[in-house]
Design a protein. Structure first.
Length: 200
């Protein structure tokens, strides 16, 4: 059985948490597609060529510490390269087509990678709330960051992601919008599960 759930949204909106919970709930495979770009970004920081890195990527490369600010910035830079995106499209589409169901989260899953997905969700929240979540997350990891710097970074990434010529961040026309600004994790997950149940 093939059943694809596409979950898009900006950084720190909660799409990763919701995606993992939804995948666990339904027994689907889960792919955080942002990790693909982070893995390529990490290889570039290590001196690699971005296109070669993207073409040779495997699921094995998605481990390790890819959640640093430095890797995030590198990921955002390689994500605008058409040849990198083309190489990673194939990886993502293969994952989405696997039997047993798949949940993919990212920024262009419902619009570009899996426009035929059975369910499309767009998870969002205000920039201020997302920046606060990211600040707390980074602070707990011992990162030396300020709230103002994290907010500026969130806004810069939003601008880059939504204004890029190739696959800009935007909801698919038929996506269910879940705004997590004032929602608990449990309520957000419940909304996502209900949306998926309605399509099964």
């Amino acid at each position: 059985m093939k059943f694809t759930v596409a979950i898009d949204g900006p950084a720190a909106a909660g799409k990763g948490t919701i995606s993992k919970a939804v995948a666990a709930h339904f027994g689907f495979a889960h792919l955080d597609t942002g990790l693909l770009y982070r893995a390529v970004g990490a290889k570039v920081l290590a001196g690699g060529d971005p296109v070669v890195a993207a073409k040779s990527l495997t699921e094995h490369d998605l481990g390790g510490d890819l959640r640093t600010q430095e890797v995030a910035q590198a990921a955002s830079r390689v994500a605008v390269l058409p040849d990198v995106r083309a190489a990673l499209y194939a990886f993502q589409r293969d994952f989405a087509a696997r039997d047993g169901g798949a949940v993919l989260d990212g920024r262009d899953i419902g619009t570009v990678i899996c426009p035929e997905a059975e369910v499309k969700l767009f998870v969002t929240a205000s920039a201020q709330v997302r920046a606060e979540r990211r600040f707390v997350e980074l602070s707990e990891k011992g990162a030396d960051v300020t709230r103002d710097a994290v907010l500026a970074d969130v806004k810069a990434r939003d601008k880059r992601d939504s204004e890029r010529a190739e696959a800009p961040l935007k909801p698919a026309r038929d996506a269910v919008i879940i705004d997590t600004t004032d929602l608990s994790i449990e309520d957000a997950v419940a909304k996502a599960v209900a949306a998926i149940d309605a399509c099964r």
